[in-house]
Design a protein around this ligand. Structure first.
Ligand SMILES: *Cc1c(COP(=O)(O)O)cnc(C)c1O
Length: 404
């Protein structure tokens, strides 16, 4: 079948073809958006068997949908997983996975640097159900290992992290977790399957906010979890009852975006490296956070487990938040917005984007400078982005001069 061998294809081929063959209709070359909520059966036996999952087909839109299924298949194949289930948002995927797998009395070990919303699940919601959460300093591998060895149901990881792009050794931590009987969950949103394969490194479950790089066009929310059949079945069952279902129109937008996933992510990663190098040598810049830089504290780990280093970087300014206030409005090629992974560059301070849910004190405790800017590189020409940053930083120097 056309596209049917995509499990053997390389990543760019898979981004285009994977999962699409089963639902192309009447010669249409694009997957249809099936808006129908119900699916009719004249044969009551067949209906019953589909409902029991004994034969393929769909029953009701909260459970499954043909367009949504193609999206799940594409990500499943790209991540090299056995099964996949999708959600309305990345946070629904993260919270759904945790609530489906955890029981009162269980213990989760994770990192202080997880995505802001994930952090809130750990600190505000899981404790209500008598689930113990221990958040370790992100790059302190010895501490993470010690906590996992004390016993845990889930080791929940993210790499690179938001917004200071810390990197953890997924293979090393997965090995320790499995010896201790814990499941390993990895949020792979920042790296994407183009740059990192957590399952090959030992992860059990891989989660994405598809809203970001997978979709890539900042026009659809979505989330997905991939992994072994039995775990995904448990998570799917929670999702179909809980109801945080991905909308078929969103699934279509994410699917269309994913056709160019490799093109975009390669371009963004190459440009991010150039921009990080440029910023590192700039007198107004205090520090640049990008795992591709040899000066990055975990560069050797990143080099071993990633292909390229992704499209997101962050940097702090010597002039403090005043300098941020000057620079950002002067950038011509960046949306000042709470998003990342889009074809347009987006920039913003973590205190209004990824870590808006946290207090100033909590951000300080995480080592997030108030003068930090998260910069998600789009697919513009890198020369233009560098020139744009250069003129903005000149403006910062000029205004700081005026004030002193
Ligand atoms: C955005 C994001 C999420 C949450 O995804 P939503 O689609 O906004 O719910 C989770 N993890 C990471 C790393 C993210 O960047």
């Amino acid at each position: 079948m056309r596209g049917g061998n995509t499990s053997q294809g390389k990543l760019g081929t898979q981004s285009v073809w994977a999962g699409e063959d089963a639902y192309l209709m009447q010669g249409a070359t694009q997957v249809p958006v099936v808006h129908s909520v119900g699916y009719g059966y004249d044969d009551l036996e067949e209906w019953h068997e589909v409902a029991l999952g004994l034969r393929p087909g769909h029953i009701y839109g909260r459970n499954t949908n043909p367009t949504v299924h193609v999206f799940e298949e594409k990500v499943r194949i790209l991540e090299g997983a056995e099964a996949a289930t999708s959600f309305s948002t990345g946070m629904a995927a993260i919270s759904g996975t945790l609530f489906a797998l955890l029981r009162p009395g269980d213990r989760v070990v994770s990192l202080v640097d997880t995505y802001g919303g994930t952090n809130k699940i750990f600190s505000e919601f899981l404790p209500n159900f008598n689930i113990d959460v221990t958040l370790c300093p992100t790059t302190d591998h010895a501490r993470i290992i010690a906590e996992v060895e004390r016993g845990a149901k889930i080791l929940y990881l993210e790499s690179p992290t938001n917004p200071t792009l810390k990197v953890v050794d997924l293979q090393r931590l997965a090995r320790v977790a499995h010896e201790a009987g814990a499941l390993v969950v990895v949020d792979n949103t920042f790296a994407t399957p183009i740059n990192q394969h957590p399952i090959k490194l030992g992860a059990d479950l891989v989660i994405h906010s598809a809203t970001k790089f997978l979709g890539g066009h900042a026009d659809a929310l979505g989330g997905i979890v991939v992994g072994p059949k039995d775990l995904i079945q448990t998570i799917y069952h929670y999702r179909e009852i809980n109801g945080a279902t991905l909308h078929p129109m969103s699934a279509y937008l994410l699917l269309r975006g994913m056709k160019t996933l490799q093109l975009r992510v390669r371009q963004q990663s190459t440009a991010a490296m150039q921009i990080a190098t440029f910023l590192s040598g700039h007198p107004e810049v205090e520090q640049v956070f990008y795992p591709g830089l040899p000066t990055h504290q975990n560069h050797h780990i990143a080099k071993a487990q990633m292909v390229q280093f992704g499209g997101v970087l962050s940097f702090s300014l010597k002039g403090g938040f005043e300098a941020v206030r000057t620079l950002l409005p002067h950038l011509h090629y960046a949306h000042l917005a709470a998003n990342l992974g889009a074809v347009e560059t987006t920039a913003g301070p973590p205190r209004t984007t990824s870590h808006v849910e946290l207090t100033a004190q909590e951000r300080a405790d995480l080592g997030i400078p108030e003068s930090l800017i998260r910069y998600s590189v789009g697919i513009e020409d890198p020369e233009d982005l560098i020139a744009d940053l250069e003129q903005g930083l000149e403006r910062v120097a000029y205004e700081l001069d005026l004030r002193s």
